[in-house]
Design a protein around this ligand. Structure first.
Ligand SMILES: *Cc1c(COP(=O)(O)O)cnc(C)c1O
Length: 224
């Protein structure tokens, strides 16, 4: 891609976001394009596979692009936790989707050089192929558990995705995003938190903004 095109795409998206922050999802893009986006002034990038993130983060380190902030947004397998924690400039994990994974993260926390921010992923659309917490009880257990490990994990917010395969994605996204918003208010009240919301992708981010999303994760609309 051309730097000018990436710059244009970034400006166009950011002009629609208000106070929400853009995570540019680089999973389908070669690292050279990600470096161009960095050169255009963007610093927050999301990847959904540990191996890909690791390769891109190494490239950034070798080229001294040191102000990058990496966001992991995919399903994290227990056996990849250590590799993820070793990645330089890992900023946030948006996709903590089970207590089992949290336990594994705590077990490996000494591999983290500094504290990272975590989002609990909630399966608001209850689709089987999607991961994420389903019950309030489990989410509350995760919140309490994270409090005991705040030296390395800062509970930062909740994340969700709209339904994947549906005739009318707008309706599905409305329902999912509204549900996450309401859940965050409830938990904020109960646990005295200030949970951020990570929701909205290329096709549905305008709906997510209606429900006060703080972080939109946008891939195709940035790198096209
Ligand atoms: C790929 C991906 C995105 C970005 O999707 P686009 O449709 O390319 O904007 C956002 N969130 C997650 C979890 C993803 O896997």
């Amino acid at each position: 891609m051309e730097l000018s095109q990436i710059q244009k795409n970034l400006n166009h998206i950011k002009s629609q976001l208000g106070n929400a922050k853009l995570i540019a999802v680089s999973k389908y893009s070669p690292v050279e394009d990600v470096a161009l986006a960095y050169q255009a002034g963007h610093k927050d990038f999301g990847e959904n596979r540990v191996q890909d993130l690791s390769e891109k983060a190494n490239y950034f380190q070798e080229h001294h692009l040191d102000h990058v902030r990496w966001h992991f947004i995919g399903h994290l397998q227990s056996n990849k936790v250590k590799d993820l924690f070793l990645i330089p400039n890992l900023e946030m994990i948006h996709s903590v989707d089970s207590l089992k994974l949290l336990h594994e993260m705590v077990k490996r926390k000494s591999f983290l050089k500094k504290a990272i921010k975590v989002f609990l992923q909630v399966n608001t659309s209850h689709e089987e192929q999607k991961s994420g917490f389903e019950s309030l009880e489990e989410i509350e257990n995760a919140i309490l558990y994270l409090r005991d490990h705040s030296d390395k994990f800062e509970l930062f917010g909740l994340m969700t995705m709209g339904p994947i395969r549906t005739e009318n994605f707008e309706n599905g996204a409305e329902v999912s995003f509204k549900q996450l918003f309401e859940l965050s208010r409830e938990l904020n009240e109960k646990f005295k938190l200030n949970l951020k919301l990570s929701m909205g992708m290329s096709q549905d981010f305008s709906i997510a903004l209606k429900y006060h999303s703080d972080f939109v994760r946008i891939g195709s609309a940035v790198f096209k």
